[in-house]
Unconditional design. Sequence first.
Length: 351
Amino acid sequence: MERPPGGRESMTERMDEAAAATRLMEMAIAHWAGELLFQAARMNLADKFSGDEPRSAADLAAEYGMRHREFYRYLRSLTGLGLLASAGGDSFRLTDLGAALKEGATGSTRSAVMALLGDMVKPAWKEFEHGLLTGDPGFEKAHGMGLFAYLQNNPGMAQFFSETMVGFHGREPPAVAEAYDFSGIGSLVDVGGASGNMLGHVLSRYPDVKGVLYDLPHVVPDAPQLLAAHGVADRVTIESGSFFERVPAGHDAYLLSHIIHDWDDGENATILRNVREAMKPDGKLLIVEMVLPESDEPHMGKMLDMMMLLVPGGEERTPSEYAALLEPNGFRVARVVPTASAVSVVEAVRA
């Protein structure tokens, strides 16, 4: 039997009606798990547990002022997600998965859950059709302003958003540092690097590389502490500014991690022009994004692409689409380096 283009048969092409209906129902109710997860994060439920000590539903319900039976049923539902485990009677223990929801846990997962499922992002999805009809972000229609204006105008939200990005992209920085060889780079500028999470991972793996963290003044307050935690603070200079105006000049490589996907082609042209003018003639541009496959295969970036449409108004791209974006702005794609995470590194040089 001949295979379709791409070398693999499509699962949906060979699915009977019953299986297709079941799969659609699984998709339709997938958001229920998110609602259960969001409730646990909002209640700081994980922080009610200490180590492997079980807690009874009755005691916890009393602490929250909730009804015992209903609360027990909710905790039981969390065992199905793997956040809790039954401990006899009406008692439950926190699992390792559930412990990742604790306040201050490595990866800032709770912040990511609160942001992605809460009142900041969720209203944008209600305006999905608006985005498809107009090309304008649903976030703007829901909140009356764009994402980055929202972050700047609401005290504390920029730091919260940085924590969210650490949680959402948690596996990526170490995977990028492992997959891409930074050893020949003397100085690396992390353009729009927020709290320095990506830069911290790279420099901790490459002790001879020096870094510059460049972002807006209200975005970088938490960076010194995080860079110190990585043990690289003495090799990083923090500079404040907008990449729409300039970037630090004269360095070997410029890292744009989840920057290009935030903006439209016109805005990206400004960013890329500023980087090209600042970099050394033989410098490198390193774009870290979820590069979409050219084929129909499943990829997390295809879902994220819809988030970018609805929230900041940007988009994810395939390798050929990156080439089409970069070439008119004076760059050519040298290679695309995959990593062990969902992102790849698009390496570009002056054309």
